[in-house]
Design a protein around this ligand. Structure first.
Ligand SMILES: NC(=O)c1ccc[n+]([C@@H]2O[C@H](COP(=O)([O-])OP(=O)(O)OC[C@H]3O[C@@H](n4cnc5c(N)ncnc54)[C@H](O)[C@@H]3O)[C@@H](O)[C@H]2O)c1
Length: 378
């Protein structure tokens, strides 16, 4: 049994699908269902008996302890987070609550559970923290990509909250011996990404005939990785990563934002030409830069290649086209997300279901009673 947190989000849902496809093992998926959690992302595995969905908050120690006691996981993969930098600038509080306090509670509960396991199960247990390249801060254009030994220098409240969580994870290994591994990944793209993030936002705005906003001069550089490659890398680190170590995950694929948006417009011009025959690139609009906007992220992912044999499968050209096609083909998903209808996807899909937590986003602290009430397996 593997416990995944944040498994109704963009990367988490891809990871849950990946684990169920590649391992013969049940997955408990614990998610608070914030605005970013979408059960429709899990439609393809919802009928799989090995997938157990639990509605809850990683900061709810009693609930988490109940999940550990009931499901006896051999690993925790922590993806639950507030993840959008712009939101962290407007509302840093929720980032500290989930990313720092939540990760701490999860660690604390995992530690208590792990400490009581027999030795042989202790040795096999893993707490895998999914983190970001943003903790390394902004790189000059000539600087080498960040490696696992680069210093942390987070600049946004989001990056700072993830950095704080990573330090707590490290401390639980050094202090208590909890077998942790941390992964720091570059920007992900692919299907099911909430359309507040650059790629789905640009696609959505382009198709809606609206301005496609690009921050500042568009010269900010990100290192892009296809989401399924990230999930495969996480699975590799889970299987073979050394406790106490961190692994960078990236595709050595640095692209300036403006170049990326132009690429997207070019693909859309081919796949879904505008009625007037003009390019979607005409809709690109430069907007006031984000405060403290990091100029460049780049990752040296040599270690995971050398130690665990992982390399990305997807090229940027194929991954980007696949992603655009998915958004074009799955307009139902896009419509449900943009209208907010994804909030009651389960009710509409399966009829009102008493054992499902629709609409309850409180993350109440009421232990096992809440656990069973919040457990929806279909
Ligand atoms: N998106 C990227 O490019 C990227 C890159 C590197 C690392 N990461 C990390 O990967 C993880 C997943 O990112 P994502 O893009 O899928 O994010 P996302 O915002 O799409 O999903 C986050 C999920 O976590 C859930 N969640 C939020 N607070 C919670 C809480 N307190 N308890 C339980 N669940 C909670 C949400 O409901 C949502 O389903 C995050 O930890 C993020 O920092 C993301």
């Amino acid at each position: 049994m593997i416990l995944v947190t944040g498994g109704a989000g963009f990367i988490g849902s891809s990871l849950v699908r990946h684990l169920l496809r590649t391992l013969d093992e049940p997955v408990v998926n614990l998610d608070k269902l914030t605005y970013a959690g979408n059960l429709q992302n899990l439609a393809s595995v919802w009928a799989d008996r090995r997938h157990v969905f639990v509605h809850g908050d990683i900061a709810d120690g009693a609930l988490i302890a109940g999940v550990f006691a009931e499901h006896q996981p051999r690993a925790v993969l922590n993806l639950a987070a507030e993840s959008h930098v712009d939101r962290s600038i407007r509302d840093p509080d929720s980032f500290v609550q989930t990313n720092v306090v939540g990760t701490f509670r999860l660690l604390e509960t995992a530690h208590a559970y792990w400490a009581a396991l027999p030795r042989e199960r202790q040795d096999r247990f893993r707490f895998l923290q999914v983190s970001t390249d943003e903790v390394y801060g902004s790189l000059d254009s000539a600087a080498p990509p960040a490696s696992e030994s680069s210093p942390y220098a987070p600049n946004s409240p989001y990056a700072a909250s993830k950095a704080a969580a990573d330090h707590l994870v490290r401390s639980f290994h050094r202090t208590y011996g909890l077998p942790v591994v941390t992964t720091n990944c570059s920007n992900n793209y692919g299907p099911y990404q909430f359309p507040e993030k650059l790629i789905p936002l640009a696609i959505h705005r382009a198709l809606a005939g609206e301005a496609i906003p690009v921050y500042g001069d568009g010269g900010n550089v990100r290192d892009w990785l296809y989401v399924d490659d990230h999930c495969e890398a996480i699975a590799r680190v889970l299987a073979g990563g050394r406790p106490g170590e961190t692994y960078n995950i990236g595709a050595t694929n640095e692209v300036a934002n403006i170049a990326l948006v132009k690429l997207l417009c070019g693909i859309l011009d081919e796949e879904r030409p505008r009625r007037d025959g003009a390019s979607y690139a005409q809709q690109i609009t430069f907007v006031t830069d984000r405060p403290g906007h990091d100029r460049r992220y780049a990752l040296d992912a040599g270690k995971i290649g050398r130690e665990l044999g992982w390399t990305p499968r997807e090229s940027f050209a194929t991954g980007l086209r696949k992603t655009v096609r998915w958004y074009l083909d799955d307009q139902d998903w896009v419509k449900n997300v943009t209208t907010g209808a994804y909030r009651d996807w389960i009710a509409r899909q399966y009829g009102a279901s008493a054992d499902h937590p629709q609409g309850d986003h409180s993350g109440r602290r009421n232990g096992n009673a809440a656990l069973s009430a919040h457990q929806g397996r279909i």
